[in-house]
Write a protein that binds this ligand. Sequence first.
Ligand code: SF4
Length: 243
Amino acid sequence: MVVQPDATIPILQSDVTDIESDLRSQLLITQVDKVFSWARRSSLWPAMFGLACCAIEMIATANARYDLARFGAEVFRASPRQADMMIVAGTVTWKMAPAVRRIYLQMAEPKWVISMGSCSNIGGPFAHGYSTLPGVNNVIPVDVYVPGCPPRPESLLAGLMLLQDVIEDERAAGGRRRPEPTGDFSTMLPEGDPIRRELESLFPPYLAQDGQPRDSVTGALPNDENFFSAQPGSSSSGLREVR
Ligand code: SF4
């Protein structure tokens, strides 16, 4: 038997008995994290929400003509807890930004983000307006940017394939390499702005406007049923332990 460290190879190189002949045709050996990243990149489940016209193209991508199911990514989930990919499709207004951040926090780890379209990337035709974020990367980390206004379904599929490469690359690189947002909105929103206060409460140290601690995973307040961090049996990361 010959084992090569960095390749998926037949486990047996030569037959000695009939059993080994059977094994040779049915078994492969590989690395565990390679299998994990293959499974993750081949079954991305998007969170089901859209913000503006780009969402129509996202919906078209899931239909039969473009067939998102070829990539295992057609299972749009109505609950962020069952999703591991966020496609930010449309204009992100300041009013919507806390909701986008909260949905992202509620998604399961590991999770990835595609920013779809000029609005989400840099504000699009509304850039420099009073109402629109100059890029969704100010509130959530972004793995892949898809340009266009709107991007066609083919562009989103290209972005999805790039994201699959990113996930594969994370295995080789030993972790995530995307920049995290800082949570500093002082250059974008005035002091005392309610949306700024709401957004800042969704970043570490996760304190609400009245100083109450927020859940670091869900953004919930202590009297909310989704507040896990301080409950018995919860881990220090804020994730409830499954027993
Ligand atoms: S990028 Fe263009 S198509 Fe997409 S949400 Fe903005 S205005 Fe609409």
